[in-house]
Design a binder for this molecule. Structure first.
Ligand SMILES: [Mn+2]
Length: 424
């Protein structure tokens, strides 16, 4: 299913007058509206292939129908999102769920939709059918050398698939850890993992990055071998300049100060990638901005400040990706909401008056600092984001157009009501 260009233009025409009024008002209240619009147009968020189907939990999975049945259909779905919002210009694949049978045709299909291949993701948290050795007791940390080797070989295979597609990074998330005290020797688990990561790192092409993603708990509930940003940074530092820490918003203990983590990782030049989602309790993988939008804003504040301090390009120097998946929404609507939330928050962070914030900090003016941050957070930037989308050729209201075009009904008709996309 694709949405024709003229449909988007028709939709925009019907909303243009009202939008113009709102945009004029919003732009008048902003110092550098054109600069912000340019940055919004450039900012692209990768869509993970596993978010295109309904997410499940360990209790159940409720498919909404019309889920993509193949890698090609996943690419089509991301292409559809990108046509609507012009900000979802990349797809992140997971091996073995998305093994490209013919890389050249998969590449061509993605290019047709204007999509790039973002980070490749390996999987040693499940056993695959026919797999020789089990990851029940971990992969890279495993006490047995042959299991570790199998996990290393898999990651290298993922890099090779990525090379064929034009990806430039590998994300390694390990579920390794232990469920009970005494189960694991922590130092040995760390050393085994480091040794395996080094072998994978050695197989990286020269222009690739490797992201070491951490997570506090789940599926292991006593210890996790890459459990927090300190451990990830330790691995990344020992590995070398192509290795970075990846922050997933849902992978912290409750109330962790993620914005401070982001600031320090950027300071060290070791923040490489970012996974967006939102949560109330743990790794809930809810829609970005649905639970704690102010926290997201504070994180974006540090991202913008920290990237500017190092002269980094906001759009290209970090890997931005959504990593969410859940049970109750149409996944494509959910992704439109998430991308919108990210752009709104990014725009708000760009509004912050940096000079005045520094002055408030230097003068210990706590009240002024808070006023500056919350002043930006409380600014309605929806018309700015919509204008950026309009200029990039997208829809003024992507969600409304998605519904008006009855996309899900079409997908169900085309693919069937009982399709289940590969993924969790
Ligand atoms: Mn993640």
């Amino acid at each position: 299913m694709q949405i024709e260009k003229y449909k988007i233009e028709e939709h925009n025409r019907s909303l243009l007058k009202e939008h113009g009024r709102r945009f004029e008002f919003a732009a008048a209240g902003v110092t550098d509206a054109e600069g912000i619009l340019g940055r919004l147009v450039d900012f692209q968020v990768a869509i993970p292939s596993w978010a295109l189907g309904t997410g499940g939990t360990r209790f159940g999975r409720f498919s909404g129908g019309g889920e993509p049945r193949s890698l090609e259909e996943k690419i089509e779905d991301v292409g559809l999102l990108h046509a609507l919002n012009r900000s979802s210009g990349a797809i992140s694949l997971h091996i073995p769920w998305d093994i490209p049978k013919q890389a050249s045709s998969v590449r061509a299909l993605a290019a047709q939709f204007g999509l790039k291949f973002d980070a490749m993701n390996s999987n040693t948290f499940q056993d695959q059918p026919g797999q020789e050795l089990s990851y029940k007791f971990g992969s890279l940390q495993h006490v047995r050398k042959d299991v570790r080797k199998q996990a290393v070989d898999h990651n290298i295979e993922v890099i090779r698939y990525g090379e064929e597609l034009g990806s430039k990074s590998l994300t390694v998330w390990l579920s390794d850890g232990s469920c009970f005290p005494g189960q694991l020797n922590f130092r040995q688990a760390f050393q085994n993992t480091l040794e395996g990561l080094k072998e994978i790192y050695a197989a990286l092409p020269a222009d690739w990055k490797m992201f070491v993603e951490y997570k506090a708990f789940e599926p292991n509930f006593y210890s996790t071998t890459v459990g927090d940003w300190g451990q990830s940074l330790l691995y990344a530092s020992k590995l070398g300049p192509k290795a970075y820490t990846l922050v997933d918003l849902g992978h912290h203990l409750p109330n962790a100060n993620i914005e401070q983590i982001v600031a320090l990782l950027l300071m060290e030049g070791k923040l490489g990638g970012f996974h967006f989602n939102d949560s109330k309790y743990g790794d809930d993988d809810l829609t970005v901005g649905s639970i704690k939008p102010y926290q997201l804003f504070l994180i974006f504040n540090e991202l913008v400040e920290g990237m500017d301090a190092r002269g980094m390009n906001h759009a290209t120097d970090l890997g931005w990706m959504i990593d969410a998946s859940h049970n109750v929404k149409d996944p494509l609507e959910d992704l439109l909401q998430s991308v919108e939330a990210i752009l709104l928050t990014y725009a708000q962070a760009l509004l912050i008056d940096r000079k005045r914030l520094v002055a408030a900090q230097q003068g210990n003016d706590v009240v002024a600092a808070q006023e500056l941050l919350q002043g930006a957070f409380r600014t309605d930037v929806r018309a700015l984001v919509a204008e950026a989308r309009l200029r990039a050729g997208g829809a003024l209201d992507p969600l409304a157009l998605y519904r008006a075009e009855r996309v899900r009904e079409h997908l169900i008709k085309e693919r069937g009501a009982g399709t289940v996309a590969t993924g969790l």
